[in-house]
Write a protein that binds this ligand. Structure first.
Ligand code: NAP
Length: 348
């Protein structure tokens, strides 16, 4: 690999922004060149603007960088966005119109007709949609954190047996609500049975992601999804209980086999952030657990377990994924690596 590509992180001070900084420090292909956030932070040294909550120490040189405003006058042409959704839509459009490649975690552009909603192992062929974008730059979006874990587990099952119906109940970590997140008096010793907008995202995003593509146009699969989303007192790692009905019911052994054998483009291309095994299957009925399994393969693999027959659907199982790594910053970096490997960043 030649020289590293300079990248900027928008929303660098937040929960996902910090995870970007942590994962991109010493990245083999990308170099953090600029950090940007709101007026509250811009002009300050990053170490002073951020309340660093990562478990690895903040790199000294990065701590010395002065935070910029999130305006489309940055020198880095590859931009990772971890902006709050109240501002992300407009700012990301400005960057795309300014010729930047924006890869975003925010929800704002996820359902634009010409914007891929991408999990690199699931729908890399959706990059074809970029040809339809009218701006000089591009926008690609990373799905919602709970969607990503579930859809990674569903993809090989859908390809092999066809999915008919999904019912899912989530137990989502506190870090998913950003920094500083929820008041301790609300979440400690408690479960919150409402996360604004989350159920809608869980019911609609998988349909776009699992769509087939013909001539740049998406064709939705015929899958029905019902979701119930809860916030639980876990710091990182979303756990989801999934019930599934197939078009053609497989055996339990068939399901385990396709999970274990699942590999996709990121694995074939040997991308730096790609997990060797995207899906780790556990037989132990006590697994998966956020505390034990969220960091598998640097937080980029999903864990599944508790696969058993269901009296209402065909089967039920539990899936776990790291929400700020696989579900946010790590997943987004993997998209950038895919672009690089496919020579879609050659202008940068
Ligand atoms: N947390 C997760 O697990 C997760 C997962 C998937 C997707 N997401 C999405 O990723 C995005 C970031 O989430 P988060 O949890 O990291 O949120 P967060 O902790 O609240 O961070 C928000 C970031 O946006 C910046 N910001 C706010 N207003 C701004 C403005 N007017 N101009 C420029 N920057 C502004 C903040 O900068 P200041 O510090 O300067 O205010 C901060 O850096 C959101 O869209 C969220 O929905 C989050």
């Amino acid at each position: 690999m030649n020289q590293k590509i300079n990248v900027a992180i928008l929303g660098a001070t937040g929960s996902v922004g910090q995870k970007f900084v942590e994962l991109l420090t010493d990245h083999p292909w990308f170099q953090i060149a600029e950090l940007a956030a709101s007026e509250r932070s811009s002009g300050k040294k990053y170490a002073e603007a951020v309340n660093w909550i990562m478990q690895t120490p903040l790199d000294q040189e990065i701590g010395e960088m002065v935070v910029k405003e999130a305006k489309a006058n940055l020198s880095s042409k590859l931009v990772f966005s971890a902006l709050d959704s109240s501002v992300a839509g407009e700012i990301e459009t400005e960057f795309a119109n300014g010729g930047y490649t924006v890869i975003s975690n925010a929800r704002n552009h996820r359902f634009d007709d010409d914007v891929p909603l991408m999990i690199p192992e699931v729908n890399p062929e959706h990059l074809e949609m970029l040809k339809n974008q009218k701006s000089t730059g591009t926008i690609i979006t990373n799905p919602n954190c709970s969607t990503i874990g579930m859809v990674l587990a569903l993809k090989p099952l859908h390809d092999a047996f066809g999915i008919d119906t999904i019912n899912v109940v989530t137990m989502q970590a506190i870090s998913g609500s950003g920094y500083p997140g929820l008041p301790s008096l609300d979440i400690l010793e408690n479960v919150l049975p409402f996360i604004s907008g989350e159920e809608d995202k869980m019911e609609t995003e998988p349909i776009k992601i699992l769509s087939s593509i013909e001539n740049g146009k998406l064709k939705s699969p015929d899958i029905k999804i019902s979701a119930q989303c809860n916030r639980v007192p876990v710091i990182d790692g979303h756990t989801e209980c999934v019930q599934i009905k197939f078009k053609t019911k497989p055996t339990k052994e068939d399901i385990i086999k396709v999970w274990k054998e699942f590999r996709s483009e990121p694995q074939l291309l040997n991308l730096p952030s790609a997990p060797k095994l995207p899906i780790h299957y556990f037989d132990n009925p006590k697994y998966p657990q956020p505390k034990l399994h969220r960091n598998l393969e640097n937080g980029m693999a999903v864990s599944v377990g508790r696969l058993r027959e269901c009296s209402l659907f065909d089967y039920k199982f539990v899936v776990l994924s790291h929400n700020t790594v696989r579900g946010a910053a790590g997943g987004t970096i993997l998209i950038a690596e895919l672009l690089k490997a496919k020579n879609l960043l050659s202008e940068i």
